[in-house]
Design a protein around this ligand. Structure first.
Ligand code: DGL
Length: 278
């Protein structure tokens, strides 16, 4: 057990969006070695059935388990929503998804007792965030909305900066369309969970749009940051934190258009990536 902390953390996602979780993780735990697997050959998961997402998730977990990881982090919100229970039952190491840490932070943050959740169609359909929030405090109302256009928007790098480029205006219009619908359904909410790997990149746009629509600041819960904090807690309680130099090894199931998109999510270029079959 003496060397247990030196084992890597395994992180998987449907594609490259989960690098937002890697980014949050390396900021918080810079000594950890991280193995990242992006199932880029089969992305997106957000529009697939729960059964398919569970099957794919098991294959990703199996790949990382073969590399002696100490904890499995399911960065993909859709995979967390559908497959976490199955993975936790399958594996003998801790399995951390996006939903529980996000629900914890949302419940702690709401003052009015009403929380919004945005994510993929699959995440919303699974009902996993409302279930997780109700398990913590059944009095809290939850309003959900699938925002499928935000994923391709972020992958294109249309992040809705404050400028007047057509790309920024298009992103702003899409954010306004989605959050406007949520605001009409839940005018009282004060917390919005960003329940998708891609949304941290449009956080500023969503915060700005939400504040204007609700006419007050809305607290945003970033599930990538929430996961990094939860991983820190779990590993330190288990005495499994690493010391020394950290690092990232990246595996993908398809490497077309890897470099540009990966750098966008991670915040810096990735030197090497290995293409693998699951
Ligand atoms: N990673 C997915 C999520 O967080 C978004 C992309 C996809 O649909 O696969 O739900």
């Amino acid at each position: 057990m003496a060397d247990a902390g030196r084992q890597p953390i395994g992180v998987f996602d449907s594609g490259l969006g989960g690098l937002t979780v890697v980014r949050a993780l390396t900021e918080r735990l810079p000594s950890e070695k991280i193995l990242y697997l992006g199932d880029t050959a089969r992305v997106p998961y957000g529009s697939k059935s729960g059964e398919t997402v569970v099957r794919y998730s098991r294959m990703s977990a199996h790949f990382l388990m073969g590399r002696d990881i100490k904890i499995l982090m399911v960065a993909c919100n859709t995979a967390s929503a559908y497959a976490l229970d199955a993975l936790a039952a399958d594996l003998a190491i801790p399995v951390l998804g996006a939903v529980e840490p996000g629900a914890d932070e949302a419940v702690a943050a709401t003052v009015r007792g009403e929380v919004g959740v945005i994510g993929t169609l699959g995440t919303v359909r699974s009902g996993s965030y409302p279930r997780a929030i109700a398990a913590r405090d059944p009095r809290i109302r939850v309003a959900q909305l699938a925002c499928p256009l935000l994923v391709p928007l972020v992958e294109e790098g249309w992040l809705g900066g404050a400028g007047d480029r057509l790309e920024d205006r298009a992103a702003a219009a899409i954010a306004e369309r989605y959050l406007g619908e949520l605001c009409a359904a839940a005018p009282n909410l004060d917390v919005l969970v960003l329940g998708c790997t891609h949304y941290p990149l449009v956080r500023a746009l969503l915060a700005r749009t939400a504040e204007r629509l609700w006419d007050r600041p809305i607290a945003l819960v970033d599930s990538a940051q929430a996961m990094a904090r939860a991983a820190d807690r779990i590993l330190s309680q288990a005495g499994l934190l690493a010391g020394g130099a950290g690092g990232l090894s990246c595996f993908v199931t398809d490497d077309a258009r890897f470099a540009e998109v990966a750098a966008r999510f991670l915040g810096h270029p990735i030197a090497t990536v290995e293409k693998v079959d699951l």
